[in-house]
Design a protein around this ligand. Structure first.
Ligand SMILES: *Cc1c(COP(=O)(O)O)cnc(C)c1O
Length: 453
C-alpha cells in the first residue's frame, strides 16, 4: 500500500486579500502607452469609454500599489477563495527529487479555472455603471464560461464569440456557457461586418482569438447598452488575478517556506501575472526568486515573437499595444491548449520579461501531455492542457535540481482542471498530438504586417 500524504495548505476565509496588487507601482519601466489604431496617437479615456466602464479604465492606467477589492466581490470570492495550495508529495516521490513542489489550485472555482477571479470583477463594475450586456470572445471556452457565470450573478446578458474550431470540437463548453444563460456564437460569424469579411476571404478558417476579439469589439461598439470584456492580456485583468500570488505568499509562510522558482503557463498572461506579480517587489529588493512563463512551442509569443506595437485583434479595431507578438495575423495550428493560442502577450508581462524580471520557455505538446498524465496519476487532479505546461516546467525544474543535488522550493499555478478537455487527452492517447516548431523565418513572415510606429 502506498502511503498517501496530503499537505493541503488552506487560509481562513477572512484572509482573502483585501487589495489587488498593482505591479505598475513597482516595475522599473512602465509599458509604452497604447495607441489609437486609426490615428496612432495616444489612446484617450474617451476611446476606451465606448467599450469599458470607467472604473476598469482607471485600473488599467493606475499606478497605485494596492487597489481595494470591493466587499461585494470579496463575498463572491468566498465561494472558492482562498484556493488551496497543495504540496505535491506523491509527485516528488515519483520523481525522486529532493525539491518541495507546491501547486496553487485554481480549478476549485465553479467554472474550473482562475478566469472567474477577473470575470466577477468585470461584471461588477459594468453593472455598477449601468451596462446591460457584455460581449466577449473565447478560445477554448473557459473565459466565456467564467463571464457567463459572472453575468448571471449580476443579471447581465452575455454574448460570447467562440473561435470556430473550439465551437465545433468543444460542444460541452458551449453547453456550459448556455447553462449559465449566455449566447454562444461561432466565430467568424455572419453577425458582424468583420466576421462576414473573414468568411468571404477564408470560408474554411478555424477562426482565431484575434478574429473573435474583433467581432466582440465591433458588437460592443455598435450598442450603447453593451460593453466589451477581455479575459486576459489587459492590465486590469492581470491586476484582478493577483489574489492568487498574494494567497500563495501567505500559504507558504504558514509552512515556513519561500519559493526559489514560481511558474505559470502563459496565453495572454493573466494567470502567470496572478501568481508571479506579487513576488516582483521581493525580487526588486534582491530576493533570489525566479519567475517563469511557460508557453506552447506552437504559439511561442515570448520566446520567438518580437517586442513591438501590434493590434490585439485581426481587424485592427483594438488599440495598438506594445507587447511581445507573433503578428496579429498569426494563425496557430489547432493545438489542444486552446487557451494558449493568442498571438500576443500582456503588455505588463511583456515589459517585465523584456526587463529580465520574468523568464520564458516554450514546450512541445507531447512532453506536456506526458507530464499531465504523471501529475494526474500521482496527485489525482487532471490538469487543463494549458496548466499542464506549468506542470511540465515544474517537473523539469525538479529533475534539474535533482541532478544538481539541490532541494529547491518550486511553486506552480494549476490554473484549471481538464474535466472538459478529455477529448484532448484522447487525442494524445490515439497518437494524434504532434509537436510543432517554428523557425524564425516562419515568424518573420507574419511580423511584416505590424502597424508602424
Ligand atoms: C485561459 C486559460 C489560460 C491562459 O490564459 P492566461 O491569461 O495566460 O492565464 C491558462 N489556463 C487556463 C486553465 C485557462 O483557462
Amino acid at each position: 500500500m502506498r502511503k498517501v500524504e496530503t499537505t493541503k495548505i488552506i487560509l481562513p476565509e477572512n484572509r482573502i486579500p483585501e487589495y489587488w496588487y498593482n505591479v505598475q507601482a513597482d516595475m522599473p519601466n512602465l509599458v509604452d502607452p497604447p495607441l489609437n489604431p486609426q490615428t496612432q496617437e495616444n489612446v484617450g479615456p474617451e476611446d476606451l469609454l465606448q467599450i469599458f466602464p470607467q472604473a476598469l479604465i482607471e485600473q488599467e492606467v493606475s499606478q497605485e500599489r494596492y487597489i481595494e477589492i470591493p466587499d461585494e466581490i470579496r463575498r463572491i470570492y468566498q465561494q472558492w477563495r482562498p484556493s488551496p495550495l497543495f504540496r505535491a508529495h506523491n509527485l516528488e516521490k515519483k520523481l525522486g527529487t529532493p525539491c518541495r513542489i507546491y501547486y496553487k489550485y485554481e480549478g476549485v472555482s465553479p467554472v474550473g479555472s482562475h478566469k472567474l477571479n477577473s470575470a466577477v470583477a468585470q461584471a461588477y463594475y459594468n453593472k455598477r455603471e449601468g451596462i446591460k450586456r457584455l460581449a466577449t470572445e473565447t478560445g477554448a471556452g473557459q473565459w466565456g464560461t467564467a463571464l457567463a457565470l459572472a453575468c448571471q450573478m449580476f443579471d447581465l446578458q452575455c454574448s460570447v464569440y467562440m473561435v470556430r474550431i473550439s465551437f465545433e470540437q468543444k460542444k460541452f463548453r458551449r453547453s456550459f456557457m448556455e447553462v449559465y444563460g449566455a449566447e454562444c456564437i461561432a466565430s467568424p460569424s455572419s453577425q458582424t461586418r468583420i466576421g462576414q469579411k473573414v468568411l468571404l476571404e477564408m470560408p474554411d478558417t478555424p477562426g482565431t482569438l484575434g478574429i473573435a476579439i474583433s467581432e466582440a469589439v465591433e458588437d460592443a461598439m455598435g450598442r450603447d447598452d453593451t460593453n466589451y470584456a477581455l479575459g486576459s492580456v489587459l492590465n486590469h485583468v492581470c491586476l484582478h488575478q493577483t489574489v492568487i500570488g498574494q494567497e500563495v505568499k501567505l500559504q507558504l509562510e504558514m509552512v515556513d517556506d519561500y519559493p526559489d522558482v514560481v511558474i505559470g503557463c502563459c496565453g495572454g498572461g493573466s494567470n502567470l501575472a496572478g501568481i508571479t506579480f506579487p513576488f516582483i517587489p521581493d525580487k526588486l529588493k534582491g530576493k533570489n526568486v525566479r519567475l517563469v512563463a511557460v508557453e506552447p512551442a506552437a504559439c511561442p509569443t515570448l520566446t520567438k515573437g518580437t517586442f513591438a506595437y501590434d493590434y490585439g485583434d485581426v481587424a485592427g479595431l483594438t488599440p495598438i499595444v506594445k507587447m511581445y507578438t507573433l503578428g496579429h495575423s498569426f494563425t496557430p495550428p489547432g493545438i489542444h491548449a486552446g487557451g494558449l493560442r493568442y498571438h500576443g502577450a500582456s503588455p505588463l508581462v511583456s515589459q517585465l520579461y523584456h526587463d529580465g524580471l520574468l523568464e520564458a520557455k516554450a514546450l512541445g505538446q507531447k512532453g506536456v501531455f506526458e507530464a499531465a498524465l504523471l501529475f494526474a496519476r500521482t496527485e489525482g487532479i487532471v490538469p487543463a492542457p494549458e496548466s499542464s505546461h506549468a506542470v511540465k516546467a515544474a517537473v523539469d525544474e525538479a529533475l534539474v535540481a535533482k541532478e544538481e543535488g539541490k532541494a529547491r522550493s518550486i511553486v506552480f499555478n494549476l490554473s484549471g482542471h481538464g474535466h472538459l478537455d478529455l477529448a484532448a487527452y484522447e487525442n494524445y492517447f490515439s497518437g494524434n498530438v504532434q509537436d510543432v516548431n517554428y523557425t524564425t523565418t516562419d515568424i518573420a513572415e507574419n511580423l511584416k504586417n505590424l502597424p508602424v510606429k
